[in-house]
Design a protein around this ligand. Structure first.
Ligand code: ZN
Length: 228
């Protein structure tokens, strides 16, 4: 009995305390679905899960002229849009794991060739300072764990204007105004850019161009969702 008590404290005490703390917290503040904000025992309730706007039939999307292929399983609307906003603007960083799982479950294995490396689209330094995390980097890290591909961070982004691309019109976004992307480290020969949303493709294209100007021979992209 004494041995069992010792083992409990030594091996599992942190996990047990964490479980008890979470259970107590759930009693005080019941967990909510991140999409509809209704009480739910999961980060995405069953109703919202059933309303995810999957792109069907799923096929590589046309996105810019330098990307070999671009995969995106969802439309940027409904619960998918809510999850992206919660991750980005409400610091719901745990959603990165859920979103990565949805991507992997939806995409065919050929979206992640075994000799490629995952490269997150880098956040601007301003956004990184404001949020304290890089949402695309979190998503790429979770994907790397699931698809067993290396995660590399060769890109650096600087905003020519403080607000970056957000708030710019379509033509301004397409022109790449507000973005400057360069290489901070050697680019992998085969790269898969990872981001949460593809709006016009301008950001992905700029990142792909920077990688191709380095050592990359082939650049594709995977985003959680895309603007229709
Ligand atoms: Zn919901």
């Amino acid at each position: 009995m004494i041995v069992a008590d010792r083992c409990w404290w030594r091996c599992d005490s942190r996990a047990k305390v964490g479980e008890i703390f979470r259970a107590a917290l759930n009693l005080i503040v019941p967990p909510l679905c991140w999409a509809c904000r209704e009480a739910a025992d999961q980060r995405l309730c069953e109703d919202c899960r059933s309303q995810l706007p999957w792109i069907e039939p799923l096929a590589p999307r046309r996105c810019g002229s330098v990307l070999a292929q671009h995969w995106s399983p969802l439309q940027f609307e409904g619960p998918a849009r809510a999850l992206v906003h919660a991750l980005k603007f409400q610091s719901a960083t745990a959603l990165a794991a859920l979103m990565a799982r949805q991507i992997v479950d939806a995409l065919p294995p050929r979206a992640f060739p075994p000799d490629a490396a995952l490269v997150p689209v880098p956040a601007s330094p301003l956004r990184l300072r404001q949020r304290g995390f890089d949402h695309a980097d979190l998503l790429a890290a979770e994907l790397s764990r699931l698809v067993l591909l290396p995660l590399e961070r060769p890109l650096r982004r600087r905003s020519a204007v403080a607000r970056g691309q957000r708030g710019l019109g379509r033509s301004e976004r397409l022109s790449g105004r507000g973005l400057r992307v360069g290489l901070a480290h050697a680019a992998p020969p085969k790269a898969i850019l990872i981001d949460d949303v593809c709006t016009t493709g301008a950001t992905l294209e700029l990142c792909a161009e920077a990688l191709l100007e380095g050592a990359s021979e082939c650049v594709s992209a995977v985003t959680y969702c895309s603007v229709p």
